[in-house]
Design a protein around this ligand. Structure first.
Ligand SMILES: [Zn+2]
Length: 347
């Protein structure tokens, strides 16, 4: 049986946890170090068998409790499609978040789970002790509890769950490489669809939405709006613990970083601010619900992209899809948005 190593996609970028290593608070430093080391030691796993195991399951959900350990194989089942709600609220929140994301993709895009072949959705809660992260490893969704000082239980954030599962959708469509511009596009797709799922569950229009990614993951004690802002990249936080949100909102401020863990693989969580802002601009210019015309243009462009698609190529594809699916008004909105963030290629 061959094993393909896929990248683990964590919601909290390594540079945020690294910033905490400088904290004056010893327990914050220790928890951050532990979360960093744990994140680095987990390897994404996808076996050749996985595809067949997940087939024709219509995205059936199973929630497992890791009970603060790390051995997923020994985790106990705490919630299934057939059983009653669990006594543990985290189990029910994870179950609902996976369900909302699955339902969004089915109803809006006619997609049967992440791989469009009914992949089972397995969620593992209470992973590790005060683990400050949540991730999709190519096969399953894993949630930490957070340290309770800076981060809360990650099951409570629908856009985090939808962000993570969308990494799976990307993996099964364009399979965008996870570095430099294709990687930043990969991150941006997860943010954009994550926000769409959140807005869909709240039945919000593009104008009503906050466009903030991960508003719920910080404790009230942390002076931060969210992990990222799609409306105003670079403004999600600016505090002593994490420093300032490093996201640019224009190609003039594109961050040239090395393709290393330290460099966020060429700034995948940083430069994603640029296509994030473009999607926000398209959604608000067209108006109404983001998952209608804007979402369909982005979804079809994702399916028409490849592993090495960069910002310009993606801009060109969205421009082409806008007129193919809709008309001049939508195409103009797409052209204006990419122009405002300094990306050439649309029109
Ligand atoms: Zn991500």
């Amino acid at each position: 049986m061959s094993t393909v190593h896929t990248r683990r996609h964590c919601i909290v970028p390594p540079y945020l946890l690294r910033a905490l290593l400088d904290s004056d608070d010893g327990s914050v430093r220790r928890t951050a170090l532990n979360s960093l080391l744990t994140s680095a030691s987990i390897r994404g796993r996808r076996t050749a068998l996985a595809g067949s195991l997940g087939m024709a399951a219509d995205g059936r959900r199973t929630i497992f409790d890791v009970e603060n350990g790390s051995a997923l194989a020994r985790a106990a089942v705490v919630r299934t499609e057939d059983g009653p709600p669990a006594a543990d609220d985290s189990a029910n929140k994870a179950f609902d978040g996976l369900g909302d994301t699955r339902q969004f993709y089915a109803e809006v895009f006619g997609r049967n789970s992440i791989d469009d072949r009914g992949l089972r959705l397995n969620g593992y809660i209470h992973r590790g002790v005060r683990f400050n992260n949540a991730f999709w490893d190519g096969l399953e969704m894993v949630f930490g509890d957070g340290d309770g000082v800076l981060f809360t239980d990650f099951t409570g954030s629908i856009d985090v769950i939808a962000h993570e599962l969308t990494h799976g959708v990307t993996e099964h469509t364009a399979a965008l490489e996870y570095h430099h511009q294709p990687g930043a596009l990969n991150e941006s797709i997860s943010d954009a669809f994550g926000e769409m799922v959140k807005q869909w569950t709240l039945n919000q229009t593009a104008d009503e939405a906050d466009w903030l990614v991960g508003t719920e993951i910080f404790t009230p004690g942390v002076d931060a709006d969210a992990l990222r802002s799609m409306r105003a990249p670079g403004t999600a936080y600016d505090n002593a613990q994490f420093g300032q949100d490093p996201q640019p909102d224009h190609m003039d401020r594109y961050a040239d970083l090395p393709d290393t863990d330290e460099g966020d693989y060429g700034g995948v969580h940083i430069n994603s601010g640029i296509p994030n802002k473009a999607f926000y601009l398209v959604a608000t210019a067209i108006g109404g619900n983001s998952w209608n015309a804007p979402g369909h243009i982005w979804y079809e462009a994702l399916k028409a992209s490849t592993a090495t698609t960069d910002f310009s190529a993606f801009a060109a594809t969205t421009y082409a899809q806008a007129v193919r699916l809709y008309g001049q008004t939508e195409q103009q909105a797409v052209r204006d948005a990419w122009e405002q963030v300094g990306v050439e290629g649309a029109g």
